[in-house]
Write a protein that binds this ligand. Structure first.
Ligand SMILES: O=C(CO)[C@@H](O)[C@@H](O)COP(=O)(O)O
Length: 241
């Protein structure tokens, strides 16, 4: 197996995760250096050899390149002597690592402070599945996870406890904001983008009157269609299922 900084698999994940940070800015999901994206590196050996790359803490999105990202093992330890290892990894690294250790199907994790999603998190209120776009993308309501202080794996434990066995790829961590997961970093970023869109729409709908959740059988049918028919057979979520 090639050395970490010569490994094309690692470099590919680095490049994709670095460019995905620009999507958080493009869709208005972060301000300043808030939020972060990580991507799992499957090197093809034992799953225990998995690694992940994550944003360095507090670094401007404008300056982020593939080699600036920090390579970590699944315990959240920085792999010494690799590109970016001279910087501290994201302050959410322990949370991302906990998700990767406990949800082997997850290939990417995203955290943002997107306005409408954070507003629902501030109320500790799940977003009801009242529009077909939510049924398509999330298969039901967006759940709320426990309030947890950043710094150890408590946020990660809250994410896993809430999302394990749940259709949603998004969780609103109470009093903090959204975390999303996906089969890839791109899939997790898409979940973050779509989450903010539905959080805004349902919030605005509620300002005009009562919001009525869709019937469960409609949610199930819409989710099944979107996951298994919509788009192309080569789509990442399709091939991962
Ligand atoms: O939400 C928080 C802090 O509460 C962090 O995710 C956010 O500030 C981004 O931190 P990092 O730059 O990833 O260390």
């Amino acid at each position: 197996m090639p050395a970490f900084d010569d490994d094309p698999v690692i470099h590919d994940v680095r490049s994709r995760v670095a460019s995905l940070h620009a999507q958080l800015v493009r869709y208005g999901l972060v301000v300043w250096t808030g939020g972060n994206v990580s991507g799992r590196v499957r090197r093809g050996g034992d799953p225990g050899d998995d690694l992940f790359v994550i944003k360095p803490s507090g670094v401007s999105y404008d300056d982020l390149t593939a080699d600036d990202l920090v390579l970590c093992d699944l315990d959240g330890n920085v792999v010494a002597g690799t590109h970016g290892s001279e910087r501290a990894p994201s302050s959410d690294t322990a949370a991302h690592a906990h998700v990767y250790r406990n949800m082997p199907e997850v290939g990417g994790v995203v955290h943002t402070h997107s306005t409408y999603a954070v507003a629902w998190a501030a109320r500790g209120e799940e977003i009801p599945c009242a529009i077909t776009a939510m049924a398509d993308e999330f298969g039901g309501p967006i759940p709320v996870g426990p309030f947890a202080i950043i710094g150890d794996d408590s946020i990660g434990r809250g994410i896993v406890e809430t999302l394990r066995g749940h259709r949603s790829r998004a969780v609103l961590m109470r009093g903090h904001g959204p975390f999303t997961v996906g089969v890839s970093a791109e899939d997790a970023v898409k979940a973050a983008v779509m989450l903010e869109d539905v959080a805004r729409t349902v919030q605005i709908a509620r300002q005009g009157g009562t919001v009525v959740p869709l019937p469960q059988e409609a949610i199930d049918a819409l989710y099944d269609r979107y996951q298994n028919v919509y788009g192309q057979q080569t789509d990442a979520r399709r091939s991962a299922s």
